[in-house]
Design a protein around this ligand. Structure first.
Ligand code: E4P
Length: 217
């Protein structure tokens, strides 16, 4: 499963890249607002840090305006992926970009039927929002399983991108459910390496090693 960093904070993306834990990046208008920075400048900086796909979301609601915004964003770098909302207008824009050979990420997906429409529109990625479904007491991971099954059954090339992933358990469950990609906040990605028994074991090894009085080099 690929890891995308779900953030618009450039320093965090840079750090993940250094650990080799960065396969791509997703942003959304809320993350851009949180960064307090210029949208196009941030996207350009992120694209310079990774060859992986970088999702940049349109703000328009109607397909012609989405297409104009998307074409503008796509000129920032070759690895920009145009993020479009899962609406009829967004699907129309998705078909346009697919025909142009421009990659898309169809976002705000909350049902298998929505995902089916996005796959039929040629979406490169479909983003089901796991955490926001869980927030309502629904089963976000069940949606990942359903969409993966649909994509496999009909051999759609659309990749299932588990979004709104907020915990280590979400990451594990998304991997088990067969998500091709999970987009995850950097703090959660880094936390995947941690285990209390690893820390405890390492402390013991360090203590025992010091008592040997040896050095490797
Ligand atoms: C990414 O593409 C989504 O916009 C993001 O994962 C949403 O996460 P949230 O539900 O935690 O805001």
């Amino acid at each position: 499963m690929k890891f995308f960093a779900d953030t618009a904070i450039v320093a965090d993306i840079e750090e993940l890249a250094q650990y080799g834990l960065l396969d791509g990046v997703t942003t959304n208008p809320s993350l851009i607002a949180k960064s307090g920075r210029d949208f196009k400048q941030v996207i350009a900086e992120i694209c310079a840090l990774t060859d992986g796909p970088v999702s940049a979301e349109v703000a328009a609601m109607e397909a012609p305006a989405m297409i104009a915004e998307g074409e503008h964003l796509a000129r920032i770098a070759d690895n920009v992926v145009i993020k479009l909302p899962l609406t009829l207008e967004g699907l129309k824009a998705c078909r346009h970009f697919t025909a142009q050979g421009i990659r898309t990420n169809v976002t705000l997906c909350f049902s298998a039927n929505q995902a089916l429409l996005a796959a039929k529109a040629g979406a490169t990625y479909i983003s089901p929002f796991v955490g926001r479904l869980d927030d309502l007491g629904l089963d976000g991971m069940e949606l990942i399983r359903e969409i993966r099954m649909i994509c496999d059954t009909y051999a759609f090339e659309t990749e299932v991108l588990a979004a709104s992933v907020r915990s280590a358990n979400h990451v594990k469950e998304a991997a088990i459910a067969g998500a091709h990609v999970a987009t995850v906040p950097p703090v959660v990605i880094k936390g995947l390496a941690s285990h209390v028994l690893t820390d405890k074991g390492l402390a013991q090894f360090a203590k025992d090693w010091a008592e040997t009085g040896q050095s490797i080099l």
